[in-house]
Write a protein that binds this ligand. Sequence first.
Ligand code: ADP
Ligand code: ADP
Length: 231
Amino acid sequence: MSLLTVRNLVIDYPQTRALDGADLELRQGETLGLVGESGSGKSTLGSAVGRLLPGAAVRAGGEVTVAGEPVFDLPPGKLRHLRKKHLGFVFQDPIASLDPTMRVGAQLRLVLGRGADVGFHLGRVKLDDARVVRAYPHQLSGGMAQRVAIAMAMATAPELLVADEPTAALDSQVREEVLNVVFSLAADAGTSILWLSHDLPAVARRCDRVAVMYGGRVVESGPARQVLGDP
Ligand code: ADP
Ligand code: ADP
């Protein structure tokens, strides 16, 4: 079953057409790597999945459906519900998705609800240090902060995780650890992944399928090894 469908999507910034008729399909349980040079439209497409476009961006045509729901046509309440129930997001800069004024433990409790087992959710991203709970986001290393952001994004066991270069700023050893955490957590939860990345070898190793963007369109897609060759 198709979990995400992007059809002929056109998105404009004031000076730029960022998406120029993009098409994409992601099936339930699938991990899909979205690759392409900088400026090809990956981030714009990823954010459109949750209708989380920057303020200057306008949809000029096409549609996005998540679990059959047309995200650009939903009223605000239904859109919120869809995001909460079906979607999780992680970005290159984890600090941007965390509240700088709140301790990590308090933020997790806010997302997870009272009575939630914060230690369990930190353990799932291989963070069990009690100090993490008491830390503020800026006190964490990049890899630790990204794990916290992943724990929050995955807390509701979303059907689809949209990951926009979440390992791009990490050094290679930490990158592998974070990749392991994301892909094993998603496999356990039955979460599909849309993985936006420059890292072609990692995409080839981890993703079932690959879609290649160029000039605001998906110009090629298929099994990862077929599109990218052996890692
Ligand atoms: P990436 O290639 O990793 O997506 P960029 O360096 O292209 O990162 O973009 C970083 C940030 O700058 C993003 O938030 C993006 O929305 C914004 N941005 C990119 N291009 C422009 C532009 N032409 N004008 C204004 N903001 C831009
Ligand atoms: P990628 O993620 O592949 O680097 P983006 O979706 O960030 O691609 O960018 C697609 C195009 O949209 C680029 O030409 C970029 O400069 C432009 N763009 C991205 N974000 C913004 C923004 N906030 N304001 C204006 N232009 C933007």
